[in-house]
Every structure is written in C-alpha cells, then in structure tokens.
Design a protein around this ligand. Structure first.
Ligand code: F6R
Length: 336
C-alpha cells in the first residue's frame, strides 16, 4: 500500500487542486484576521505545518507558530485565548494528541480551523471552518500522499493570503499559481524516472547503521520528513537537522563513509548548503544529494545524486523533493 500510495501522488495532487473555493476563502479570511496563528499537528502532519510556516511567512508575511500537538498545552496552554487562531492539521482528524490540544484551545475560546482528509472526523466536527484535502483513504502506515496533499492545500492558503494582503506582486502570485498547477506533472515525472536509481542507492547504503538528513530553510522540514519515513519504515536510525545547526554538535558523528542526505533545491539557501556539504565532505561523509536536474556544482560534490525537474519554486519544493525520500525509505525497508 505504501508504494501504491506513493505512486498515487500525481493524481492525489491533482485532486487537491480542485478544492472547494468557498472554504479555502473562508479559512484565508480567518487567518488574515487572526491576532496570532498556531499550526498544530503530530508526526508527518507536523512537518507539513513546519513547511507551511515558511510559506505563510515568505508569501503572506504572516508569522505562524508550528507546534507539536503533544507539546501544545505545556508550551502555550496558558497564553492561548480568544484572539488565537489555531489551524489543526491531521490526516485522520482523530489523533489523540491533536484532539487534546484542540479541546484545550476550545475551552480557551480560540478559533479552531481544521485541515484533514476525513470528512466526519472529530476535527471536522469541532472546527469553525475545515478544508478536506481530498487524498482518498491512506491504508499504508506511513503517511505519504496525504503529506504532499497537505502541503499543496497549505501552499494554496498561503497564496490566497498573499493575494488578499497584497504583499507579493501579482506577477509572482500568478507565476506561483501556475507552478502549483504543474506540480502533479512534476511528481509524475519523478515517479517515472527516479525509482530505478533510488532502488540502487538503497542496495548500496542498506548496511549503514545510521543516516543524517540535512536541509536549510523550508527544506529542513523535508529533511525531517525523509528521516521519519526511513526510521518508521526501514527501522534505520536517522537524524535530521536544519543544515546550519548541524555544526553545533551533530557534526561530531561524521566519520568516513557516514551517509548524509542533503535536500538542496536551487533556492536562496543553495550557496550556504554548498558550504555545509563541503564541511561534511572534508570529514569523509558519503554525500547523497537531492537536487535540481543539471545542478552541476552539486553533482560534482555528491557521491550519489537524485535529480528533480527544474524550476520548482522554493515554497513548493517540499511537495516534490520529499517523493525521492519516500521511495528511498521504501526500498531501504525492502533491503533490511
Ligand atoms: C508518519 C505517520 C504519523 C502521522 C501522525 C499524525 O508516517 O503516519 O507520524 O503523521 O500520527 O497523524 P494524523 O495526521 O492522522 O493526525
């Protein structure tokens, strides 16, 4: 089922582009009016929230707080109030930690918004407004297609909010809207061209006892998700960090042959990631890079490289860059 659901992503992403306009618009209005915004979720859905915090900030100039559901009450329980708007993201709409945070927020009279895949779930019943991501049932234990759909919905919300707030030029908005429409085709392209290569990588690296996933900016969320898939499905311990933070301690783990997966789209962080890669290479790490097709600078530095089609904008990059990482986790699990 995991493999089937990974392959379904080009069609689930197409469905996610056909959401009901009025609910997206209503949710955008709530976000626009909000005093403070929290994005609360668990596991993979939390990684979608983390990526969304970059989208909202970069496009709509809205600061949001992505919070792990099980920490929400401890961290913000006393401060949330009637002025807080909280978007709960849950594929199932039933995750106990997420619903516990929601109960708390309801008691404090906060505005509850929901993003879920299951109509009729507790999250849909308790939300002021909810959006259903339309990914179809997810049978596999690991969240795959539902993650990319969540990202697509969150990007659509960030774009709408940016439009409403007039923070980004209409030329850029139109460009990003067009790119969002192309994402399902790009996903299809990756699923057609990369699996053979990824299978070979899994064979090459399957004996490694531990992996490191690194990315900067929005790709730090992609790194966390890639790492979660690997440890959840292949039972291989893995660590993920924002690449810039890796030198503050974790770098001491690196020795000859230690496998490092860098998520490196051609975005504003590219140059800094190159220097992180060189740092790790100097310590003898084996470097696997997920990068844009034809990125010769990175390909020269990499031991192995997975290429993603050109021209994916930064804020949409997690939707496509995570797909090779899902496949890698799947093939690594088969090799164990
Ligand atoms: C990871 C995974 C879990 C879920 C988490 C939240 O592959 O499936 O981490 O993402 O349990 O579930 P939902 O989104 O249903 O609240």
């Amino acid at each position: 089922f995991m493999l089937k659901e990974i392959y379904e992503q080009s069609s689930t992403l197409r469905n996610t582009l056909r959401l009901q306009d009025q609910f997206l618009e209503l949710m955008t209005e709530f976000l626009d009016r909000a005093g403070e915004v929290f994005l609360v979720a668990a596991g993979t859905s939390y990684h979608a929230c983390l990526a969304a915090s970059y989208m909202f900030s970069k496009l709509a100039f809205l600061a949001t707080h992505p919070i792990i559901a099980s920490e929400f009450v401890e961290q913000h329980g006393k401060s949330v109030n009637i002025d807080s708007t909280i978007l709960f993201v849950s594929q199932s709409g039933e995750t106990a930690d997420t619903l516990a945070a929601l109960d708390h927020a309801r008691l404090r009279a906060s505005t509850i918004l929901g993003l879920t895949n299951v109509i009729g779930s507790t999250l849909t019943r308790l939300s002021r407004v909810y959006v259903c991501q339309q990914s179809g049932p997810e049978i596999g234990v690991a969240a795959t297609k539902t993650f990319t759909s969540q990202l697509s919905v969150l990007a659509q919300l960030a774009l709408r909010l940016a439009k409403r707030r007039g923070k980004v030029s209409h030329v850029e908005i139109e460009f990003l809207e067009k790119k969002l429409q192309q994402i399902p085709d790009i996903a299809e392209d990756i699923l057609r061209t990369q699996p053979g290569k990824i299978k070979q990588l899994a064979k090459k690296y399957c004996d490694k006892p531990c992996f490191f996933y690194l990315g900067r900016g929005i790709s730090s969320a992609t790194a966390l998700e890639g790492r979660l898939k690997l440890l959840e499905i292949a039972y291989v311990p893995a660590i993920a960090y924002p690449a810039g933070e890796s030198k503050h301690g974790p770098i001491s783990l690196i020795e000859t042959g230690f496998p490092l997966v860098f998520i490196c789209p051609r975005d504003e962080t590219h140059k800094m990631v190159v220097s992180n890669i060189m740092e790790m290479k100097a310590r003898g790490a084996s470097i696997i890079i997920v990068c844009e097709e034809g990125d010769e600078e990175l390909k020269r530095l990499a031991d192995d490289c997975i290429e993603v089609p050109k021209g994916v904008p930064e804020i949409l990059s997690p939707i496509v860059y995570v797909i090779p990482l899902q496949l890698f986790a799947y093939y690594m699990a088969l090799e164990q």
